[in-house]
Design a protein around this ligand. Structure first.
Ligand code: UDX
Length: 467
């Protein structure tokens, strides 16, 4: 697969004499660790020294990054051990809120220690995940500029910023019977009420999280986005107007460095040999990322849909994705015998390599932002089954705005699934549209392209803190 890691365009622009250190702090979830460590690698190629602070939970593998220094901090998650691993989509908010409290003292102690160790003038800035909003106050108290990495789409932050997350307004518990269910939300018309209802079962908790995240993004020294201008230009323009701090869209990060080295679960690479035996654009790849959960009946509808589609498939069934089962116990009877060699099921796949394989014809995804970007970069059209959070927003953009996928809007039903698979596999115009984005991604990363320019601006901006 193509990566730009050794691209001379991205090589060091600083002389060794002015190398500065950047401290980065990712949220401990796969979809957040990947882009933060990719960003760290990108900044390292620009001449910065890198220190990563991380929680004990989901610690990155230090040996994959001998060029970084790591500091682990206590997260006190062991005190709520019964809640690990997460068993339901709604628990993610609970974890994030807990970490924003439990990490304050350990993080402050660690950061103060690093400032003392390296000397104040040698640290350019702190870059933390937008979800770690508590770090803004810590950075201010230590007089260190904090920049924010937001790992979702820009459009997601805009939508969340205007949607009224008030339990009493009924946006979040609309059912199919409600006359507004299919209508656009007036605050953000790209999104339908039915999408909003999927975002959370805890609107109060979501309001608290979104309000904190956005207000501390606005108070930061700047925003870094894993997106590219050609994909989200109108949203980026609005963000620049609404947030009076500089914004830098230099993604997709994984095009500089693949995510495999930050994978928390071992990737089953044997699937690549199997893919090599399949016809071009014939295989459906199915994965719902690292934290989404589905019910047993949804799992079974997926299995029936795949069996009935007739296409070969590679299905990532993460252990625990169905809360009540360990792995494959909930498959319909005789499913494995009936699909035979046409189907492969694994616990975790080398996703970027799978998407880049010529045999992959479609990606049935939960629309996590990393998965969405990775699919766009390889020109693979999508079937969208968002589970929670930012995913329903990404699904709506994929299907209605960019028109590069089909949204299974009404959940998992074997008949709808079979139709969606057929449509995505056969729709040549959809494939052309996503291939055109793929070309735009590549141009944006070349010398003079939008992401390349944004990276240069970001480097200059961070260096300006050091003067
Ligand atoms: C989480 C949220 O759920 C998501 O909505 C948000 O946008 C980012 O944080 P996650 O659900 O894990 O992320 O999904 P996603 O953003 O798609 O990230 C998953 C990452 O894991 C991708 O980089 C993907 O390449 C990788 N992956 C996934 C694998 O390496 N192997 C797999 O089998 C599946």
């Amino acid at each position: 697969m193509e990566t730009n890691g050794s691209d001379t365009n991205l090589r060091h622009t600083q002389s060794p004499a002015i190398r500065r250190r950047i401290i980065l702090f990712p949220m401990p979830f796969q979809g957040h660790i990947n882009p933060m460590l990719q960003l760290a690698n990108i900044l390292h190629t620009q001449g910065f020294e890198i220190t990563i602070i991380h929680t004990e939970y989901n610690s990155p593998n230090h040996s994959n990054y001998p060029h970084f220094t790591f500091n682990s901090i206590s997260d006190r998650l062991s005190e709520i051990e019964n809640h690990l691993p997460m068993k339901a989509n709604a628990e993610a908010l609970y974890f994030v809120k807990y970490l924003n409290i439990s990490c304050v003292d350990p993080f402050r102690g660690c950061l103060a220690g690093l400032l003392e160790k390296y000397g104040e003038g040698s640290i350019g800035c702190l870059i933390t995940d937008a979800g770690f909003y508590f770090t803004q106050a810590v950075a201010e108290s230590l007089k260190l500029p904090r920049m924010v990495l937001r790992t979702s789409s820009v459009s997601c932050v805009l939508a969340w910023g205007v949607l009224p997350f008030f339990p009493e307004n009924n946006y979040f518990n609309l059912t199919k019977e409600d006359p507004n269910y299919e209508s656009s939300a007036p605050e953000f018309p790209v999104i339908k009420f039915k999408d909003v209802a999927k975002m959370t079962t805890n609107p109060d908790g979501m309001r608290n999280y979104v309000t904190n995240m956005i207000s501390h993004m606005k108070a930061s020294s700047g925003l870094i986005w894993n997106t590219f201008k050609e994909l989200e230009e109108p949203s980026l323009e609005t963000i620049v107007q609404q947030f009076s701090v500089p914004s830098f869209a230099l993604g997709p990060f994984h095009k500089y460095f693949p995510a495999s080295s930050s994978s928390l679960i071992e990737q089953d690479k044997t699937v690549l040999q199997w893919l090599d035996t399949q016809s071009p654009k014939s295989v459906i790849y199915i994965s719902f990322g690292s934290i989404a959960h589905i019910t047993e009946s949804e799992f079974q509808e997926i299995a029936h849909g795949l069996a009935n589609s007739g296409f070969p498939f590679l299905w990532v069934v993460r252990p625990g994705i169905v809360s009540c089962s360990n792995w494959l116990e909930s498959l319909p009877e005789k499913f494995l015998e009936s699909v035979g060699d046409r189907g492969r099921i694994v616990k975790w796949a080398p996703q970027q390599e799978v998407l880049a394989n010529p045999a992959t014809g479609c990606f049935w995804t939960h629309c996590g932002w990393n998965s969405t970007l990775e699919s766009i970069c390889e020109g693979v059209p999508m079937i969208c089954s968002p589970c929670f959070g930012d995913q329903p927003i990404d699904a709506r953009y994929v299907s209605d705005v960019w028109k590069i996928g089909v949204y299974l809007e009404d959940g998992f039903d074997r008949v709808e699934i079979k139709m969606a698979i057929k449509r995505v596999m056969m729709d040549e115009e959809m494939r052309e549209r996503i291939n055109s984005f793929k070309e735009k991604v590549n141009s944006s990363l070349e010398e003079g392209g939008s992401s390349h320019q944004s990276l240069k601006r970001l480097v200059d901006y961070i260096l300006s803190f050091c003067n």
